[in-house]
Design a binder for this molecule. Structure first.
Ligand SMILES: Cc1ncc(COP(=O)(O)O)c(C=O)c1O
Length: 420
């Protein structure tokens, strides 16, 4: 098979053959060559309905005609000048007009860069050192993000990766999402030195976990009380549930917001933004340094403008309802075949967990049966359904998915889950 031959070559070039770890799965990852609407096609021309959508960004589906046209126009004009362009201003205005807490922003090339700079900004602004993150919360692959908790919530985080210096892990404290007490205890102990709490408002990197028990308003309150900043990492949730950020749906104003994925229409992008007072600490206004050769590059900006302008005319109920129908059908199948499992959904993103408990915390999520998920993944793949290759990722719906896709997908799930 062509993909096997190609993967052998990839193995000689990239660790485990991939350029980002979750792309690897056994025996060999599918090698894709093109996408159109809700479908992606592998090198052997097999078609799959795509629920990974490039891990989130492709909310309009693949090769969207309007976006491709704008990209080509920009390519003809040139793609990098290393100076300010009108494209940045246009995309900046769209973001500022649709996210209340953002008065100023900086574009970056990835969500990783965005959260790294947001943490530095919080530290520079507050003159405090510690960042409080949630166990299971993912904010990219920089040193301050790759920290998980030790045995108790009162301990400093342990690095999730070799190569992260202990000195750095000592500047990140790890709390439990949806557990107010764990956060209160950390604030009791380190409250005066916490620069910021960073969280995905809805966890999307451990499957999907929704906020409960006023957890997010509580985070807003406790950070204000201790003069710490609240950072909402909306790299996944930004423009996913409606036109704008999740924070405005739930009416909570974080101090700093990070975004990425959808706002670039499929091109590399990230941003961090905040009120003017905080953002004016960024160099060369202020003393917090941040830079990037490709930041705000004309092609990412043009693609982002095209994507957001197209999204503005869309009715998000369409993708939210599609996911709701999938959730219902999946729950029916789970009940019919008496499977230990459940579905967590937030608007148009969801995940099926193989777990006999309701999944509302990292602790419960991580005990899900990842082996069973992998068996489901393998069988779905055979039937032409591509979901993200891990129990701890999220499935996404695009505006290109239609009723036909839904029917085929549910038929496939029915057969696969019955056999599991
Ligand atoms: C919530 C969140 N923050 C940050 C990142 C990092 O973004 P990127 O992969 O663009 O660096 C991700 C990536 O999946 C994410 O889900």
């Amino acid at each position: 098979m062509k993909s096997e031959e190609l993967f052998k070559e990839a193995l000689n070039l990239f660790p485990m053959g991939v350029n980002s770890p979750v792309r690897y799965y056994s025996p060999i990852p599918v090698m894709f060559k093109r996408g159109m609407g809700s479908k992606i096609f592998d090198v052997n021309d097999k078609q799959y309905i795509d629920y990974s959508l490039g891990f989130g960004p492709m909310i309009l589906g693949h090769a969207n005609e309007g976006i491709v046209r704008i990209m080509n126009e920009q390519i003809d004009k040139g793609i990098l000048f290393g100076s300010i362009t009108e494209n940045e201003i246009q995309l900046g205005k769209i973001i500022k007009n649709s996210v209340k807490s953002i008065e100023m922003m900086r574009f970056t090339n990835s969500g990783t860069e965005a959260t790294m700079h947001a943490m530095r900004l919080a530290r520079g602004y507050t003159k405090k050192n510690l960042i409080l993150k949630m166990e299971g919360g993912y904010h990219g692959a920089h040193d301050y993000s790759l920290i998980k908790s030790g045995s108790g919530t009162m301990t400093f985080g342990k690095p999730s990766s070799d190569g992260v210096p202990e000195e750095i892990s000592k500047t990140v404290v790890v709390g439990q999402y949806n557990d107010k007490e764990s956060i209160e205890n950390i604030f009791k102990k380190y409250g005066n030195n916490i620069a910021a709490v960073i969280t995905e408002p809805i966890l999307g990197n451990i499957g999907v976990i929704n906020p409960e028990n006023d957890f997010l308003p509580f985070l807003r309150e406790i950070t204000e009380k201790h003069s710490s900043l609240l950072i909402f990492d909306e790299v996944i949730t930004g423009f996913r549930f409606g036109f704008g950020a999740y924070q405005d749906i739930i009416n909570i104003k974080p101090d700093i917001t990070t975004m990425g994925k959808i706002i670039g229409g499929g091109m590399p992008i990230g941003l961090f933004g905040a009120g003017e007072e905080i953002m004016k600490n960024i160099s060369p206004y202020g003393d917090v340094y941040e830079a990037g050769t490709f930041s705000g590059n004309p092609l990412s900006m043009a693609t982002g403008i095209a994507a957001l302008n197209t999204l503005k005319g869309k009715n998000y109920n369409y993708i939210n309802n599609y996911a709701k129908r999938m959730e219902k059908s999946l729950n029916d199948i789970i009940n019919d075949y008496k499977i230990n499992g459940s579905v967590n959904r937030a608007y148009s993103m969801f995940q099926i967990f193989f777990n006999d408990r309701k999944v509302n915390s990292y602790g419960i999520a991580k005990n899900s049966d990842a082996g069973k998920f992998k068996r489901m993944f393998d069988q779905l793949l055979k039937k032409g359904i591509y979901v993200p290759p891990s129990q701890f990722e999220t499935q996404f719906i695009s505006f290109a998915h239609d009723d036909n896709d839904l029917q085929k997908t549910m038929d496939a799930y029915d057969t696969v889950l019955k056999c599991l």
